[in-house]
Design a protein around this ligand. Structure first.
Ligand code: 13P
Ligand code: SF4
Length: 304
C-alpha cells in the first residue's frame, strides 16, 4: 500500500473511532506529518489531559502513553509498538524508589515523567524538562529533595536553582553520549552557530551551551532568535520540526548520530494496523494509577 493510501486509511479509522493521534518531536517525519498534535512531553501530557477524543493513539514511548492512561482512565490509550520503551525510565523501579525513600525520611520526591507508573505512584510530584525548574521552585526552600531518575537533568536543575538535591544515577543513554569534545568540534566547524541543548545532556555539555531547553523550548528559542545557524543537542527526529517551522535557518546535529531507536519503531503501516486492531491498549492497575495521577496532576497545576 502506498503512503497516501495508508494515510487515508488512518484518517478514516481515526474518524470512526473518534481518535486523536499525539506524536512526540522525535517521531519519524511521516508520523509527525499526520499527527493531530506534535509536541514535547509536557505539551503531550496537557493534550492528553484535555482531549475530547475517545481513543488516544500515542506515537511516542511507553511512559508517555502510560501517562495519558493515568490521566484518562476512561479512555482507550493505544501505543502502536508495545516494545517502544525508554531505557532511562527502566533505570529505577517502584521497589528501588521505596527503599531510597525509606533511607531519606522527610524528603520530597520529584520524578521526571520519563518513569514508570509505579515510580510516579511513589512520588510527590512529577516534572518534565519544560517545567522542572518551576516544579522544584514550587517546593518550600527548606524541603530536602530526592530527584529521579535523570542525574543530568537533576544536576542542571541544581545549577539553575542553587538547590541541593539527592540524584538517582539514571540517564538517557542517547543524550548522555554527547561529549564536550564533540560539541567543541562542531563549534570549530560552524563558529557562527548558537548552541542549544536538551537538559538530558551531561553537565560538561550543558556548560558549553548558549541555551538549555526542553524540545518545545528549543523550538521557541530558535524561532525567536535573530541568529541563523544552530548546533542542536537532541535527538535527530526533532530536525523535521525545526526545518518545518524555520525553513530559513540552518541546523547542525551536535554529534554525527543522535538516534533514539525506541522513538523510531513505528511507521505508517504499524500505525494503520494499531488503529484497525485497536492495539496495544495500555492499562494501569487502579491503585497505582490513582497515586500516579496525583503526582502528574500536581505537576500540571504548575505553569511551565
Ligand atoms: P522533552 O521533555 O523535551 O519532550 O524530551 C524528553 C525526552 O527525551 C523524550 O523522551
Ligand atoms: Fe528515553 Fe532518551 Fe529515548 Fe527520550 S531520547 S525516549 S529519554 S531513551
Amino acid at each position: 500500500m502506498t503512503s497516501q493510501n495508508l494515510a487515508s486509511l488512518i484518517e478514516q479509522r481515526k474518524k470512526e473511532l473518534n481518535a486523536v493521534i499525539l506524536a512526540h518531536f522525535y517521531q519519524p517525519p511521516e508520523i509527525q506529518d499526520l499527527a493531530d498534535f506534535v509536541g514535547d512531553s509536557l505539551q503531550l501530557a496537557i493534550q492528553a489531559a484535555n482531549t475530547d477524543a475517545d481513543v488516544i493513539v500515542f506515537c511516542g514511548v511507553h511512559f508517555m502513553a502510560e501517562s495519558a492512561k493515568i490521566l484518562n482512565p476512561e479512555k482507550t490509550v493505544l501505543l502502536p509498538v508495545l516494545q517502544a520503551g525508554c531505557p532511562m525510565a527502566d533505570m529505577i523501579t517502584g521497589e528501588q524508589l521505596r527503599k531510597w525513600k525509606s533511607e531519606h525520611p522527610g524528603y520530597a520526591v520529584v520524578t521526571y515523567v520519563n518513569s514508570s507508573a509505579e515510580v510516579k505512584a511513589e512520588s510527590d510530584i512529577c516534572c518534565t524538562s519544560a517545567n522542572a525548574l518551576n516544579v522544584v521552585r514550587s517546593l518550600p526552600a527548606e524541603q530536602p529533595v530526592l530527584f529521579v531518575p535523570d542525574r543530568n537533568l537533576g544536576t542542571w536543575i541544581m545549577n539553575q536553582t542553587g538547590r541541593d538535591m539527592e540524584l538517582w544515577p539514571g540517564c538517557c543513554p542517547i543524550h548522555d553520549q554527547l561529549t564536550a569534545e564533540e560539541v567543541k568540534e562542531q563549534i570549530r566547524r560552524y563558529p557562527e552557530s548558537i548552541v542549544v541543548v536538551h537538559p538530558e545532556v551531561p553537565p560538561s555539555v550543558a556548560a558549553l551551551a548558549d541555551a538549555v531547553r526542553s524540545t518545545a523550548g528549543m523550538l521557541k528559542y530558535v524561532q525567536e532568535s535573530s541568529a541563523r545557524e544552530f548546533i542542536i543537542g537532541t535527538e535527530e527526529g526533532f530536525f523535521h520540526t525545526l526545518k518545518k517551522h524555520c525553513p530559513d535557518k540552518v541546523f547542525h546535529l551536535a554529534r554525527t548520530e543522535f538516534l533514539c531507536e525506541d522513538m523510531k519503531k513505528i511507521n505508517l503501516e504499524i500505525l494503520a494496523q494499531a488503529l484497525e486492531r485497536q492495539e496495544h491498549q495500555i492499562e494501569v492497575p487502579e491503585d497505582v494509577r490513582q497515586r500516579a495521577a496525583q503526582s502528574l496532576q500536581r505537576m500540571l497545576a504548575i505553569a511551565p
